[in-house]
Design a protein around this ligand. Structure first.
Ligand SMILES: Cc1cc2nc3c(=O)[nH]c(=O)nc-3n(C[C@H](O)[C@H](O)[C@H](O)COP(=O)(O)OP(=O)(O)OC[C@H]3O[C@@H](n4cnc5c(N)ncnc54)[C@H](O)[C@@H]3O)c2cc1C
Length: 384
């Protein structure tokens, strides 16, 4: 493996997975994180079979699996609980030989964080500027001394300062809907089925986690920063009060302090993730709307492909970065486009449009209705 020193910025799933992979291969690195504490904010995650395959390649899927659980089924229903689409999970598991997995973000972050050497992570380091010349990258932090590094891997998320310094017009774009999230505990709930409900008042998803926890999310169309962004739990309960009993009781059990409100954004696909000695990965490179549940999965895939290239070209990092770019661009661009489109269809509110959509999805063979996800999962990301 390479003897160069790498700097990683951002201790989200991309940065932590990469740090762990570097440690496992003995690559020298330092990770800088803006926050004082490294933690996973954002309730739950659904990790599809491609992410589980990526963890297997990285060598620790068997340590992650006990922290969450495999899901049996995924179904989309209308607000009267009538099935619109049932995923054919057998088809989906065919290629990677593993199921979709659900985990609490905090559990995944804790696992990754605790398995890397504390001296390699510098928290409280917010990057504010970056420059590079022919043989070094210089990082400037808020109220901390600047540093120099051989190579920089930017994992600083959708609002990446590094990306926006390199590409002025790369700010995130709003998808048109707000998302609320939370996790509750319900001792009476033991299903392993994930359900998404589509209705005129918005979309509501329920995914069971371990220890009788349920991760929920809800999306509603609204302009960015409209009055809906000020809604509290009472307003959200009112909005969904005609939806299923499980949805209503989930909202009832949610504690106000656990409510997370996020505008759904993505990035206009970039033409390149490589900028000489700087490489963007994860959301910093290709943030997508969450409709296909693939953002974090792509970050873990990125780490696998980057490690593969560093193994092939340990002394020529420039080639490793360029090859990473070639292997990752098309797949991640496809996800951004397809996920944005899937979100538009799922967020239909007009009665005629929703009836036509539901009819079409109920009548189409499942293999066609779920083909965007199938296409993605049938492709072996390591062989690209
Ligand atoms: C509502 C919602 C639901 C989702 N559900 C799923 C799902 O089910 N499955 C899935 O695969 N994906 C899902 N995603 C996407 C997933 O959350 C992201 O793709 C993933 O978290 C990206 O990881 P990352 O490490 O690239 O970025 P982030 O998780 O955003 O991490 C970035 C890190 O960089 C740090 N940072 C930022 N700026 C600076 C700075 N200037 N200096 C230093 N550090 C900095 C941050 O503090 C943070 O620690 C969802 C997203 C949303 C919004």
């Amino acid at each position: 493996m390479t003897n160069k020193h790498f700097t990683i910025v951002g201790a989200g799933i991309a940065g932590l997975c990469l740090a762990k992979a570097f440690e496992m291969k003995g690559i020298s690195y330092t990770l800088f994180e803006r926050d004082e504490q490294v933690r996973g904010i954002g309730a739950g995650f659904g990790l599809a079979s491609n992410a589980m395959k990526a963890f297997e390649i990285l060598g620790y899927a068997n340590e992650i699996v006990p922290l969450g659980h495999m899901l049996d089924d995924f179904e989309i229903q209308d607000w009267k609980e009538k099935t619109i689409l049932k995923a054919d999970t057998n088809r989906l598991r065919k290629n990677y030989n593993t199921d979709n997995f659900a985990i609490h973000r905090a559990d995944l972050h804790r696992y990754l964080y605790q398995s890397i050497q504390p001296e390699n992570i510098k928290t409280g380091h917010k990057i504010i500027d970056v420059q590079q010349n022919y043989d070094k990258v210089v990082l400037h932090f808020d109220q901390q001394p600047s540093i120099e590094t051989d190579y920089l891997i930017a994992c600083d998320g959708i609002n990446s300062v590094i990306r926006q310094k390199l590409l002025k017009n790369s700010s995130p774009q709003y998808a048109g809907y707000i998302c609320w999230r939370g996790v509750i505990k319900d001792p009476n709930y033991s299903s392993k089925k994930s359900i998404e409900t589509w209705g005129p008042q918005g979309r509501f998803g329920l995914t069971p986690l371990v220890n009788n926890q349920i991760y929920w999310y809800a999306c509603k169309n609204t302009p960015l920063n409209s009055a809906v962004y000020q809604w509290d739990l009472k307003d959200i309960k009112n909005n969904f009060n005609l939806y299923s009993g499980l949805i209503r009781s989930t909202l009832q059990k949610t504690k106000p302090e656990d409510l997370i409100t996020t505008p759904i954004m993505d990035l206009k696909p970039l033409d390149s993730y490589v900028f000489n000695r700087i490489l963007l990965i994860g959301d910093a490179a290709h943030a997508t709307t969450p409709n296909m549940g693939q953002g974090a999965c792509m970050a873990v895939e990125d780490v696998c492909v980057l490690m593969d290239e560093l193994e092939r070209y340990p002394t020529n990092i420039g080639i490793a970065f360029e090859n990473f770019n070639k292997r990752r661009l098309k797949r991640t661009q496809y996800i951004i486009h397809t996920s944005r489109l899937a979100g538009k269809v799922a967020q239909f509110e007009h009665k005629i449009l929703t009836s036509a959509r539901n009819f079409a999805l109920r009548t189409l063979p499942t293999s066609i209705a779920q083909s965007p996800l199938d296409d993605l999962l049938e492709q072996d990301f390591m062989s690209i």
